[in-house]
Design a protein around this ligand. Structure first.
Ligand code: HEM
Length: 508
């Protein structure tokens, strides 16, 4: 490099750092920001904290800095909430102000900069998208209409396991079969479609591309480029892959599902499926025809459902089954409830779940201890806001540490234990719908999960049928299932897909 260029670069760098220091000092003086760790200009606290931020780290910082603290990670401001009162303020009282979503550079690619529903800003577009998806997906009518399909899918799982001799001996990765079941549950509603089996070529293709997206999106490794813009060139290849996967994924949705529904609508063979409910894509296309949304929006709704509805439900099933295996007494107690409350030979249906308090307690306890979305999907304030006297800078990413609210020993008895009884005893009044801010596995308020009824129904039917029909055990030679966590951008999954032995019960 020639000397003058080097000189110019050094002077430029020095000026940039000096200005950043001055601006940051002035801003700190002007704004009354929440406390937080020491931060440098340009990189913030990223050098000492690194890429791997998760709900456990947030709990530790909260102990040091309080229930509201601010992390400055490069150019991103991240506020973390760790008390019921503050969660209520953010999600309910100031739900509008904090009702937008913060995206990162990868989710900007996946969602076309928030053209979808889950990651869109709070406002007209989000309201429209949510309204359009509600009719085919989120009403009680939908649960009542599709519950027979969900029960039939659970029967198919039980049958497949029974017919697989390995299930009762060396064990199988049950997750794979459950994944097919949840895809079928969701695709029935979305496209009136059922995949024939685990080797259905379309299912294999869909599962693979969704898996790629999930791996790329959930990784914490790209945080450095999201936080510190001048490091972004090091992520060029990663972002190219994200773009390429997004393109292939959206094309697959279009070519294999949406165009098929268009074709069916044009031939008018089955405008309305059985019982008068149109499938989701038919609804979305109708909204497109009316000019309410465009073709991209239709694609992004389908993309959202592949993640928000399918991945979460599969993860929740996986965690709950692991806890039932690792806590055999609880599994036995659940089986006894099913055997006692339901008539002999009667397999659990969706309405039966109401009569099975222990089953409900098991599901609640699993969603408490193994919270799938531990800090909710990050919220954001578009404009500067105020929380408990502190200034929250505009476009601040807000994490509500819902996992800590549900696992804080100050508010829960022996929270580290998997003990469903708590929801029948000292926490008997707590529901999963957020009637108490210390337990909000589906969030609460404007951006809360609209799929809660569907998720709880599918969990109840599937877990009930499995426990009714099989004894669920760890694989030979193992006492427990490995429940090491894999924490990602928004979700906590099981690191390893467990091998499970399913011994058929005899009903003589
Ligand atoms: C959002 C949890 C299943 C659709 C959310 C949020 C959480 C959550 C924590 C974010 C709430 C917030 O940020 O305040 C879960 C869990 C599930 C599950 C634990 C399963 C056990 C489902 C299902 C569907 C669904 C089955 C669809 C049928 C959505 C959508 C959003 C969302 C569309 C975004 C809402 C918005 O931004 O307006 N979910 N969910 N979820 N969930 Fe779920």
């Amino acid at each position: 490099m020639d000397l003058i260029l080097l000189q110019k670069t050094l002077v430029g760098l020095f000026t940039a750092i000096a200005s950043a220091v001055i601006i940051s000092k002035l801003r700190r003086k002007r704004l009354n920001l929440p406390p937080g760790p020491f931060s440098l200009p340009l990189v913030g606290s990223w050098l000492q904290i690194g890429n791997n931020l998760d709900h456990h780290d947030f709990k530790n910082y909260a102990k040091k800095f309080g229930d509201l603290f601010l992390l400055r990670m490069g150019t991103r401001n991240i506020a973390v909430i760790s008390s019921k009162d503050l969660a209520k303020e953010v999600l309910l009282t100031q739900g509008k102000e904090f009702g937008s979503r913060s995206r990162n550079i990868v989710f900007d690619i996946f969602t076309g900069k928030g053209q979808d529903m889950v990651f869109s800003e709070y406002g007209e577009h989000w309201r429209k998208m949510r309204r359009i998806v509600t009719v085919p997906f989120f009403t009680n009518k939908v649960v009542q209409h599709y519950r027979a399909d969900w029960e039939a899918e659970a029967v198919a799982v039980v049958d497949d396991v029974r017919n697989n001799p390995a299930a009762a001996t060396e064990g199988i990765v049950l997750r794979h079969r459950l994944e097919l079941m949840v895809y079928n549950n969701v695709y029935k509603i979305m496209c009136d479609k059922r995949f024939q089996g685990m080797d259905d070529p379309l299912f294999v293709k869909l599962k693979s591309i969704n898996g790629e997206r999930s791996r790329l999106g959930q990784s914490l490794e790209y945080n450095f480029g999201d936080f510190v813009p001048f490091l972004r060139p090091f992520l060029r290849r990663y972002l190219e892959i994200c773009r390429e996967v997004t393109g292939r994924r959206l094309n697959l949705y279009k070519d294999s599902f949406i165009d098929e529904r268009k074709e069916i609508a044009s031939t008018r063979e089955t405008e309305i499926n059985n019982n008068g409910l149109k499938c989701g894509v038919d609804h979305f296309l109708e909204a497109q025809q009316k000019g309410e949304i465009n073709e991209n929006h239709v694609l992004y709704i389908v993309e959202n459902m592949n993640v928000a509805a399918i991945e979460t439900t599969v993860w929740a099933l996986e965690w709950t089954i692991a806890e039932l295996i690792n806590n055999p007494k609880i599994q036995t107690k659940l089986r006894t409830e099913l055997d006692t409350v339901l008539c002999p030979g009667h397999q659990i249906t969706e309405p039966d779940a109401q009569k099975l308090p222990y089953l409900q307690a098991v599901i609640k306890e699993s969603l408490r201890l193994r919270m799938i979305v531990p800090c909710l999907v990050p919220h954001m304030n578009v404009h500067q806001a105020n929380l408990q006297g502190y200034d929250i800078p505009p476009e601040c990413r807000i994490y509500v540490n819902a996992w800590w609210l549900a696992n804080d020993p100050a508010h829960w008895k022996r929270p580290e234990e998997f003990r469903p009884e708590r929801f029948l005893e000292e926490e008997a009044n707590i529901e999963a719908n957020g009637n108490d801010m210390k337990y909000i596995p589906f969030g609460v308020g404007r951006r809360s999960c609209p799929g809660i009824s569907m998720a709880l129904s599918i969990l109840g039917i599937t877990l009930g049928r499995l426990v009714q029909n099989f004894e669920l055990l760890p694989p030979p030679g193992q006492e427990k299932i490995d429940t090491t966590e894999n924490n990602g951008q928004f979700a906590t999954r099981m690191r390893y897909h467990a091998i499970i032995v399913l011994k058929q019960r005899s009903f003589d």
